[in-house]
Design a protein around this ligand. Structure first.
Ligand SMILES: C[C@@](CO)(OP(=O)(O)O)[C@H](O)COP(=O)(O)OP(=O)(O)OC[C@H]1O[C@@H](n2ccc(N)nc2=O)[C@H](O)[C@@H]1O
Ligand SMILES: Nc1ncnc2c1ncn2[C@@H]1O[C@H](COP(=O)(O)OP(=O)(O)O)[C@@H](O)[C@H]1O
Length: 270
């Protein structure tokens, strides 16, 4: 079975409190970003993982695709599988690429072996692999809260909006990013702010990681300014970075913007 695990963008992100489990409570809106890896899962005589594309830090047996397999294998005694992940989404970018791979692996195994797990059951497995992971089970825009793994549907349709995502090649670890942010009440009611036109979001929708990380990584602010200078209605860091995106409603494709050759730039539509 061949699937294409996509990434996500965060529209606004507020870190609202410390949790007894050491994690933070947050509020954010997650939307799917159609920048995708390719993941193949096939029955085999022994379990293996082949990795191509962008190198993934860490030992292969810590890869979230294998961890997804092991999680289901522990409960369902699955046949062996050969997994091939072709990695295209930048890592440590705030795009949830690893979480998407894990969730799509769970979904693929559920289908391949006819486990008949419900959406809720798949989300429960996904939560054990990472806070972002459960989002990719339904993979549609949601208001996320608590650890970023509890969701409410949101009436936000950005389908077809032109979008540019710029990754400056800076790997920011999620744990490092969280360690730099103080929890505080949300500065705006996110769902109400996002119900207004995207041109207003510049004043009302923000990402607490962006404020905390930009002084350490000024390049994040420079990319954002370049996206606004190119006519973005809204630009922001995604998640804990370092990818910065710009939205260009009304355009067929995002405008050309010159960035250094070592940056990775994705142009497309949501
Ligand atoms: C910041 C966000 C925003 O969408 O995305 P990314 O920037 O990573 O894509 C997420 O909260 C990232 O979720 P995810 O990448 O799945 O994080 P996890 O593996 O669960 O946790 C990594 C580390 O981040 C911290 N963490 C994560 C989530 C949370 N609600 N509170 C935390 O304090 C913890 O230090 C944890 O050890
Ligand atoms: N399939 C995978 N793809 C990407 N990263 C993975 C994967 N499996 C495990 N990881 C680990 O997860 C970490 C964060 O990955 P990723 O989700 O891409 O970043 P972010 O949390 O910034 O969105 C990486 O440092 C990597 O070691």
């Amino acid at each position: 079975m061949l699937v294409f695990p996509n990434a996500k963008l965060n529209l606004g992100l507020y870190i609202t409190g410390q949790r007894p489990d050491g994690f933070r409570n947050l509020e954010s809106v997650f939307v799917p970003l159609p920048w995708s890896d390719a993941l193949e899962v096939l029955p085999a005589t022994e379990t293996s993982l082949a990795l191509t594309g962008i190198p993934i830090p860490g030992e292969p047996d810590t890869n979230l695709c294998l961890r997804a397999y092991e999680l289901l294998n522990a409960d369902f005694n699955l046949p062996p599988v050969q997994i091939h992940l072709h990695k295209l989404v930048p890592i440590g970018a705030g795009l949830g690429g690893g979480s998407g791979d894990a969730a799509f692996a769970l979904r693929a195994l559920n289908e391949l072996f006819k486990l008949e797990l419900s959406t809720e059951a798949l989300q429960a497995y996904a939560r054990r692999l990472g806070s972002d992971c459960a989002f990719f089970i339904r993979n549609q825009p949601v208001f996320a809260y608590e650890k970023g793994d509890v969701f409410e549907d949101i009436a936000l349709d950005l389908t077809g909006v032109a979008c540019k995502v710029v990754y400056p090649g800076l790997h920011i670890s999620t744990a490092e990013a969280y360690s730099r942010v103080m929890a505080r009440p949300p500065r705006h009611e996110l769902r109400a702010a996002l119900a207004q036109p995207p041109e207003t979001w510049r004043e009302t929708v923000s990402n607490d990681f962006e404020d905390a990380l930009t002084p350490f990584y000024p390049v994040l602010g420079e990319i954002k300014q370049a996206l606004y200078a190119a006519g973005a209605a809204y630009a922001s860091l995604s998640g804990s970075g370092s990818a910065v995106y710009g939205l260009f409603p009304g355009l067929e494709v995002p405008p050309q913007v010159a960035f250094p050759a070592e940056y990775t730039v994705w142009n497309g539509r949501l």
